[in-house]
Design a protein around this ligand. Sequence first.
Ligand SMILES: [Zn+2]
Ligand SMILES: [Zn+2]
Length: 264
Amino acid sequence: MKIKTTLLENAYAFLNNSLHFYHLATHKDYPKEYKRYWMFSLVDIVQAMELMFKEVLRRENEFFIYENIDKPDKTVSISKALHRLKNILRIELNQSDEIKIKQAIELRNKIVHFESELDIKECSRIYAILFEFLQSFHYRFLGEELHDKISPEYWEEEALLIEQFKNEFVLYNGIKVHKHYPIEFVESQLITSLKIDGKEFKRIKFGDEQSQYDVYKQSHCGDCGVKEGYYHVLGCDLEICPKCGGQMISCSCNLDENFIIQEE
Ligand SMILES: [Zn+2]
Ligand SMILES: [Zn+2]
């Protein structure tokens, strides 16, 4: 027997599956070990997003979902689909949504390649943002309420996610950020130097990295969201170590966490 399904049917199947794992990972009555279901929950919601992106491309032109339009066999990756939505279909996504989508894709890739240590709080934040994003994306570009595609057994999760999104996020500087973010951002701007391996170094602001990588040539940091000319929020993946020039969170220099210098 062969089963023929459409992109959208698959997208909804992945979404419902994701909510199933979300339910298992977050329900207070379940054992702690169930937290590992976050992994499947995130992988599946990113998969649902990828399929929705492709459906929007396909509706515009059936060849847009292929990597090479002259050789329509392999379909595009999610990053390329996102790129086409923006650059060919001129779909406007707000900066913070785009940052979160990219973070989610990265997290999915890490999970799939078993390199991840999941930070549950971070999973929960990213999940709520993605869910909200999918709802609005679906409504805007696929013309229907996503709610109608969610199996009634997950309506409770849906309601909780919407609630979480409303409570946890605020608008700051025109972008949607976690409510603790403005404080973290302001605090980080006061820290202009760091002590590394016993010596003091000036921190490198976003945009001053002198790196050829595209991530440093955007208007906002793709990880912590600061604008060009500001210090990254402490712990940002993209902050460069001023001593060795490597990624600060992973380089082998010793950052003195107790010696954070604040200047006027
Ligand atoms: Zn940053
Ligand atoms: Zn270093």
